[in-house]
Design a protein around this ligand. Structure first.
Ligand SMILES: [Zn+2]
Length: 330
């Protein structure tokens, strides 16, 4: 097996198989173990204000498979029909130029939140979009991911300049491009879900700091669980649609739960006592700054909302602290 194949020992065959045909992704709920990784993906979906996340782990841990599996449970949203950027018909201030020019006749349809995967080795032109030889604007992946998620597998193989630019766009929610062929601007509010295998190489500490949450995953050692993984992956390979359908009820339950959590997360209150605890924790680990404080608060609020509560407890903070603080330089 070459390094290129090696997203995971177990899941490698799966991803090759998936490229060949249009099959539904392996569902997140079908992943054995890896509770922290699954939780982080659910929190990011619950509260986009947390920011970007990265999953770090060796081959065999199903990092990208888990992220892709989120597709099957992402809640639905309304979007403008035919708009490449999934414009929100209810938010006229954030429409793309095309939607602005036809604002009186926008048609609306319902779709899941987008989760767009950046292909390995994509050029800057494909990532950011640009004008083709006929001067037609070809939007890029950062546009398609608007209002959803951009999955970057093996992020440490991506050109750091491209990655930094994607991170900048994600932070502002707007993509402005200027070139000799012409200028364009469009909404690009998305969260990055990145994966990396440390064997592929290092990632700059400064780039790592730009991820609000990081999950470190280990391959599963328990023999019973390993057998269960092989059994499920085999069942999926034999009949992907059937496998997904057998998980359908659980997927719909998660989707509903995510929808409710997203609805209530803006109302989640952090009591003073909990804020004091958060301050203590941040001081202890030498991360007493606004960026980290915000990430910690947003993740704790997401955890509360996912637990169907509108108040944060100290336990929420304890549950998410490692995700927010574990990867930061001391
Ligand atoms: Zn639009």
């Amino acid at each position: 097996m070459t390094a290129d194949d090696a997203d995971s020992i177990i899941f490698t065959d799966l991803s090759k198989f998936m490229k060949k045909s249009e099959v539904p992704p392996y569902p997140l709920v079908g992943i054995v173990g890896q509770q922290v990784m699954k939780k982080a993906l659910l929190l990011t979906t619950t509260n986009p204000f947390i920011g970007n996340m990265i999953i770090i782990g060796e081959a065999g841990t199903g990092k990208s498979t888990a992220a892709r599996g989120l597709r099957g449970i992402l809640p639905e949203m309304e979007a403008v029909t035919g708009c490449f950027y999934n414009c929100d018909p209810k938010d006229k201030s954030k429409l793309c130029q095309d939607c602005q020019s036809t604002v009186s006749e926008l048609h609306v349809f319902t779709r899941r939140l987008p989760l767009v995967e950046l292909p390995l080795g994509a050029s800057g032109n494909r990532v950011f979009g640009g004008f083709d030889s006929q001067s037609m604007l070809r939007p890029g992946y950062v546009g398609r991911a608007n209002r959803g998620f951009l999955l970057i597998s093996r992020v440490n193989l991506l050109d750091p300049d491209i990655l930094n630019r994607i991170l900048d766009i994600s932070a502002t929610g707007i993509h402005r491009s200027q070139s000799e062929h012409g200028d364009f601007t469009h909404p690009a509010k998305f969260n990055i879900i990145a994966t990396m295998n440390p064997e592929d190489g290092e990632i700059d500490a400064e780039i790592m700091e730009r991820f609000s949450m990081a999950v470190k995953v280990q391959s599963i050692k328990d023999i019973e669980e390993r057998i269960e993984i092989v059994r499920r992956v085999e069942a999926y390979r034999q009949d992907p649609v059937g496998f997904v359908n057998r998980n359908r009820r659980e997927m719909e339950a998660f989707s509903e739960r995510l929808k409710r959590a997203r609805d209530i997360v803006k109302r989640v209150d952090i009591p003073k006592k909990v804020l004091t605890t958060m301050d203590k924790v941040l001081k202890q680990v030498g991360q007493d700054n606004d960026r980290v404080r915000t990430a910690l608060a947003e993740a704790a609020q997401a955890n509360a909302a996912f637990g169907d509560r509108v108040w944060v407890t100290v336990e929420d903070v304890a549950e998410i602290a490692e995700l927010v603080l574990g990867h930061r330089a001391k």
